[in-house]
Design a protein around this ligand. Structure first.
Ligand code: ZN
Ligand code: ZN
Ligand code: ZN
Length: 140
């Protein structure tokens, strides 16, 4: 369980540093290198604590479940800001709407959606730093 995805069902092994992380943001915050992408993902189920491999190039609906304990690990990510709504009176309605929206998405894609976001954040930060360096160099 990490602060970014509160209901994470699996840890994902980063292919670059061979460590398990709950989400790509955790990797970005604790490591000083970019997360390497791979098609052969290694997951560890948080329920039964067993590891398993998935080839993401041939990901099927049945692959949403842990092969050891059938725990469904591809679920809508509960992010901290969404938790505020759960405490409100219309929580059930909001939840259902959120879920319906997610259902239309490709499950493999929504699992890794946060990875794409963190990649974009990393890149824009990098570009900002580079732009500042360029500006500083020009002023001298
Ligand atoms: Zn790494
Ligand atoms: Zn995290
Ligand atoms: Zn399991």
């Amino acid at each position: 369980m990490c602060k970014h995805i509160l209901n994470a069902q699996v840890s994902i092994r980063a292919p670059c540093c061979k460590k398990f992380f709950d989400c790509p943001q955790c990797h970005a915050e604790t490591q000083d290198h970019n997360l390497r992408k791979t098609l052969e993902m290694v997951f560890m189920c948080k329920k039964c604590k067993k590891a398993f491999r998935k080839d993401m190039s041939e990901y099927e609906e049945a692959d949403e479940y842990c092969p050891h304990c059938d725990n469904q690990y591809v679920i809508e990510a509960k992010e901290p800001k969404a938790m505020v709504g759960v405490e409100g009176e219309d929580a059930r309605v909001d939840n259902r709407m959120l879920k319906d929206d997610r259902m239309k998405e490709d499950p493999a894609r929504s699992l890794f959606a946060s990875k794409d976001v963190s990649d974009k954040v990393d890149q824009s930060l990098y570009e900002l730093l580079r732009a500042r360096q360029a500006a500083g160099g020009g002023a001298q």
